[in-house]
Design a protein. Structure first.
Length: 171
């Protein structure tokens, strides 16, 4: 049972934060910035890391949006999951070797975004777990699934556009 009353058929996370409107607004602004079109990381990479994290941290609300996809991962996605795992288990294990491996597959902008995204989502997952949020209701999950699919399609369009750009060898 959640630590404060929330409607299971709502976005419990933001409903819980709405007990402190200033915090809810600030959290939402950062969450929105992390999903902005200017993001340097593919949605699939970020969402897979978030899903893995949700299962490990124990936020039932966060975990109810789907399991991580362990198969067919790109080198970037594999590194993001390894980074996420180390962040959860012991952030001090993220050493120079790990950062060097990430740098071999990520730009500096992507490295910063990966660190910011995973730290932000770790905080969200811990907050959800400590607040004892219930799994999301069916309507909330259905809405999230539509958004997820739209963002995956956006990834594909971005990939096609960047591979067709001059100097990238075309599609």
């Amino acid at each position: 049972m959640p630590v404060v009353p929330v409607d299971r058929n709502s976005d419990q996370f933001y409903e819980m934060l709405s007990y402190r409107p200033d915090i809810a607004r600030a959290w939402k602004r950062l969450d929105t910035a992390m999903h902005a079109p200017s993001s340097t990381l593919p949605w699939r990479l970020k969402e897979n890391a978030r899903r893995y994290m949700a299962k490990q941290v124990g936020c039932e609300f966060c975990a109810s949006f789907g399991d991580p996809e362990p198969e067919g991962l790109s080198p970037q996605e594999q590194l993001a999951l390894e980074f996420t795992e180390r962040l959860i288990k012991d952030h001090r294990s993220i050493d120079e070797t790990m950062i060097a491996a990430i740098r071999s597959h990520f730009s500096e902008e992507q490295l910063v975004e990966l660190i910011a995204w995973t730290c932000f989502k770790l905080g969200a997952n811990v907050l959800g777990a400590v607040s004892r949020l219930d799994p999301a209701g069916e309507d909330v999950r259905a809405t999230a699934a539509k958004i997820h699919q739209s963002l995956l399609e956006q990834d594909q369009r971005t990939l096609l556009t960047s591979s067709a750009a001059p100097g990238n060898g075309g599609v």
